[in-house]
Design a protein. Sequence first.
Length: 200
Amino acid sequence: MAAATKEHCRFCFDVLIAHLTGKSAASVQADFDTSAEYPLFVTWDKYSARDGEAHLRGCIGNFSAMELGSGLREYALTSALHDIRFRPISLREVPLLSCTVSLLTDFEKVDDYLDWEVGKHGVWIEFRGDRGERRTATFLPQIAAEQGWSKAETIDHLLRKGGCRGLIAERVYESVRLTRYQSQKAELSFADYEAMGRTR
């Protein structure tokens, strides 16, 4: 079973900070087995000084198995700097960040797009859009539970994330093909990152 660790998150912080301070992210050393391969996602959240709540600042990953060293190095930066939903993370924001690494496991295609459990499974859907074009979207396992969504509501949000606008036609629902999966995740705040010690 994959085990995401705080070392994975610390490595992501090291890589991001190296990049933002003009150093070589490629030179950052890891304290874990970099050759192990998993599909993975890196998520950055930022704590608001106003309400103390964490707000998403970037989340991107890959469903193809990647070596952890190269995969985390790539997606630590991609999720921080190239998530088109957000402006790139700046150096001054780093002290307010937390990093979550999710290693994805147990992929299963299911016949019924409601055949999964909120809080246990992540869901990846493929469907045909309004003009028949192929579209995809995913939510990691924690998303539906954190948002308080039912399974049906989660599918609606996924369809909209995948590009559906307005009233969703029945033929779109009928085209949905769902793969459920699980993940092992670890989270590290900047304060805990500093307590662990920065780049070795």
